[in-house]
Design a binder for this molecule. Structure first.
Ligand code: PLP
Length: 407
């Protein structure tokens, strides 16, 4: 029996029309309808190929259709996919052990999406504050940064400084204060006796690939130790190879108290996120105080175990480091009066355009015509974040097109 799905006969225009009519308008995607993908390449429903320079916001760090990740999922699909945490499954224990080792920590709390892991870290910090630090009930304060991005829940948007993320979603969750990113004095001044944690992206992704001043994260580490507050690093986008190391904080030689992981942890196959920390800190969790139906499901854990195994080879981190250096070198040589700054680390680049050059979206649309998919962030910045399996030849291909559009 052959089953011809209707989807395969539809044009891009028809798909876009359907999404426009029946999907909520909470995104403004480029008008490309992907049907298949492999490595750094995606193919649309008409068969046109594009290079993926976003990698699903770094969730596809190891490339589309990675054979080992797909195989791990396939094998687990035939075994068991969901038990809930009411019972044990044979993937959760090995996953937690292997991920904890990769992080040089003890204990993993698995969730599904990034925002859930951030929420979990917030709960961890608050409960740690009350039970270990001795903060009075309901007084815990968590310090965050200006221009942060940690997800979309009502609590998380409560401490966003982006009006677009907040407007119309109040009332907001109290207990948060924001300080200027990269400013150690602002952090020092904000810390009081009720402060339980500082939550920070080691490089701010959605803000436009903002790299803090050299030495800042080390100062954060020292200050958090001095004041007995938890240093929570949101490595959801910066981590797992993107910056040329397993974790972005390693490029600054700092060790946070709590790591938040997501996106690439599921290899672009399954949503899985995690909070990783010490036995001491994670002991705030006892049966019944927190949970998730799908958290720690065997299908996601099986894929994530393969992700950890792949990361242990350092192959993708090394490629991000080496090709990242090459990329920044080539970008620096581009003759253009449109660009204010190229910045980033590893294979993660923010290209900030001068206001006079127009918005970044315009250049994303031009690059799409050239066969390259990029995403703008905050009007003036275009982000490059290819899958970390990209080769030098593929990067040269991309640079040719970038040079043309930026000229
Ligand atoms: C994407 C992202 C999140 C949210 O992850 P979701 O899976 O979309 O909920 C949180 N923090 C950072 C730094 C991110 O980039």
């Amino acid at each position: 029996m052959t089953v011809q799905t209707q989807t395969n006969e539809m044009t891009s225009a028809k798909h876009i029309e359907l999404v426009d009519r029946h999907a909520a308008h909470n995104y403004h995607p480029l008008p490309v309808v992907v049907a298949e993908a492999d490595g750094v390449w995606v193919t649309d429903v008409e068969g046109k190929r594009y290079m993926d320079m976003l990698a699903a916001y770094s969730a596809v760090n190891f490339g589309h259709n990675h054979p080992e990740l797909i195989e791990a999922a396939r094998v687990q699909l035939d075994r068991v996919t969901l038990t809930s945490r009411a019972f044990q499954n044979d993937q959760l224990g090995p996953f937690c052990k292997e991920l904890a080792e990769l992080c040089d920590k003890d204990v993993v709390l698995p969730m599904n999406t990034g925002a859930e892991a951030v929420e979990t870290a917030i709960k961890t910090a608050r409960k740690w504050g009350y039970t270990k630090k001795g903060v009075s009930a309901d007084k815990a304060k968590i310090i965050c940064c200006s221009e942060n991005f940690h997800g979309r829940t009502t609590t998380i948007v409560s401490f966003s400084t982006d009006p677009l993320c907040r407007e119309g979603f109040g009332p907001f969750t109290p207990g948060f204060e924001t300080v200027e990113y990269g400013n150690i004095d602002a952090l020092r001044n904000s810390i009081d006796d009720n402060t339980v944690a500082f939550l920070i992206e080691p490089i701010q992704g959605e803000a436009g690939i903002i790299v803090p001043p050299a030495g800042y994260l080390q100062q954060v580490r020292d200050l958090c130790t001095e004041k007995n507050i938890l240093f929570i690093a949101d490595e959801i986008q910066a981590g797992l190879g993107r910056c040329g190391a397993t974790f972005c904080v390693q490029t600054e030689n700092v060790v946070p108290d709590v790591l938040i992981l997501g996106k690439a942890l599921g290899g672009g196959v399954m949503p899985i996120s995690a909070v990783v920390s010490s036995t001491e800190i994670m002991s705030v969790f006892t049966p019944g105080v927190h949970g998730s139906t799908f958290g720690g499901n065997p299908l996601a854990c099986a894929v994530a175990r393969k992700v950890v195994e792949i990361l242990k080879t350092n192959k993708y981190q090394d490629n991000a480091k080496q090709l990242g250096e090459y990329l920044f070198d080539r970008l620096g040589k581009i003759k253009t009066d449109k660009v204010k700054q190229f910045r980033g680390r590893g294979l993660w680049v923010g290209i900030e355009f001068h206001e006079s050059a127009g918005v970044a979206r315009k250049y994303c649309e031009q690059l799409m015509q050239e066969g390259m998919l990029c995403k703008d962030t905050h009007e003036q910045v275009m982000r490059l974040a290819p899958p970390l399996c990209i080769t030098k030849d593929e990067l040269d291909w991309a640079l040719e097109r970038l040079e043309k559009v930026l000229a």
